[in-house]
Design a protein around this ligand. Structure first.
Ligand code: ASP
Length: 429
């Protein structure tokens, strides 16, 4: 009884963290007391833990295609609302997409330098052979194959770029046709809500799945898995800081010619709010209020750019995904061709459009990025275990990206009250 009561009080995030730590500890112990070949290893580590872990991964994979399809249709539809297609609308969307693409490139570059996955050998964790080359397609093939000849076949084979391409066009057309296709639009919105509910259900068993996967991983790896995980987390945070302090600040100064430090000071509470809630959506009201009252952005601009940004602009999430791709590819000894890296940029940018601004979704969308270049889904389990630590930082960057683009657009369209920005405490008047 007592146990049940405590069970209710502990949040899912805490359970996931507990299962991660328990998995590491149990796995490390098993690597000494039940080495490969022992009866315990054969029946429990490679038996029960393996099966339960695989079930969890499959539950997630099962949701990827319908979720990605629906969320991208909805995201694209929200972008093509005719009233958004004015100067501010198109400029904002372009800036959102460019900053996200830049974020992935920074992440890929940084991870190539730091090499967080080198020294970690995850190949033993996957049964069967992992192909060490993700694609032998040429760049021309990759470009040609973006357009599906048969969307049902693309879904059947899980060809992500083709699914994304079709979903984007479908979403744009739905948005442009507006009320005439209300029923279809509503179907996608509601189906999306159903998918989110299914994800929540799967996440309920995540602590068990993660415990089994991590235990088995560390039982196979021993202590050699610890350092690369820490390196992975630090690389993601390194990428987040680069995006924040270099990309955003340069853009800010270039467009507004205002003091970037003053901006950072004003936006800090918004970042802290996003950091502690891990939700861009929950941060919308505070972000809008801060931009309007403290930074002098016209209400009409912020009330459009911020909710749109919380829906389609996830630079922090894209950074995590870029680093994760390199990390897992290195850990599995997989070579990523230039075409594969290009695919990662495209899928991560579209994943950002499809990622809802709530905790944890970025890691589910990571499955789509992995699938697009043929990386094993087992890699996601390692990342899921530390997801909350990453989610806090990436959400703070996600919302700051929205705020910076809003400032740039307001300045470019002369809807920025510079005097308000220059005051220290303008809202008191
Ligand atoms: N938590 C992130 C956000 O709300 C999304 C994610 O990457 O999971 O922006």
């Amino acid at each position: 009884m007592d146990e049940k009561r405590t069970h209710k009080k502990i949040s899912l995030t805490t359970w996931i963290l507990i299962s991660l730590i328990a998995g590491v500890v149990v796995g490390l112990v098993l690597s000494f007391v039940a080495p490969e070949g022992s009866t315990f290893d054969a029946y429990v580590t490679e038996g029960v833990f393996y099966v339960l872990g695989q079930w969890f991964i499959r539950l997630m994979q099962m949701l990827v295609i319908p979720l990605v399809f629906c969320s991208i249709v909805c995201g694209a539809a929200s972008m093509s609302d005719p009233k958004l297609l004015g100067k501010v609308g198109i400029g904002t969307i372009l800036m959102y997409l460019c900053t996200t693409a830049l974020a992935v490139l920074i992440a890929l570059g940084l991870a190539q330098v730091v090499q967080p996955g080198v020294g970690l050998d995850l190949s033993a964790v996957v049964m069967g052979n992992v192909s060490t080359s993700t694609t032998d397609q040429t760049m021309a093939d990759t470009l040609i194959n973006i357009i599906p000849t048969n969307i049902i076949a693309a879904m059947n084979d899980g060809i992500m770029l083709q699914i994304i391409f079709f979903a984007l066009i479908l979403g744009f057309v739905l948005g442009a046709m507006g009320r005439k296709v209300e029923t279809v639009s509503r179907f996608f919105t509601q189906f999306n809500a159903v998918m989110m509910r299914m994800i929540n259900l799967v996440l309920k068993v995540a602590p068990i799945g993660i415990f089994c996967l991590i235990t088995r991983t560390f039982a196979n790896l021993g202590f050699s898995g610890m350092l690369p995980m820490a390196k992975f987390i630090l690389t993601v945070y390194g990428g987040l800081f680069l995006q924040l302090l270099v990309v955003y600040m340069l853009l800010f100064v270039l467009f507004t010619r205002l003091n970037p430090l003053r901006f950072l000071k004003k936006i800090l509470p918004v970042m802290l709010f996003a950091f502690s809630t891990s939700s861009s959506n929950a941060t919308i009201p505070l972000n809008m209020e801060t931009l309007e009252r403290k930074c002098g952005v016209d209400e009409k601009v912020a009330s459009f750019t911020i909710p749109l940004g919380a829906t389609i602009n996830m630079d922090g999430t894209a950074i995590m995904q870029g680093v994760a791709v390199i990390f897992v590819a290195q850990a599995f000894g997989i070579d990523l061709s230039v075409a594969a890296l290009m695919t990662v940029v495209i899928t991560a940018v579209t994943a950002s459009i499809g990622t809802a601004g709530v905790p944890g979704v970025g890691t589910i969308m990571l499955a789509m990025v992995f699938e697009s270049v043929g990386l094993p889904a087992e890699g996601i389990a390692m990342i899921m275990g530390v997801d909350r630590i990453l989610d806090m930082g990436r959400t703070a960057v996600n919302v700051t990206g929205d705020a910076v683009v809003t400032m740039c657009m307001a300045s470019a369209t002369k809807t920025l009250d510079r005097e308000v920005f220059k005051q220290d405490n303008p809202q008191t008047t």
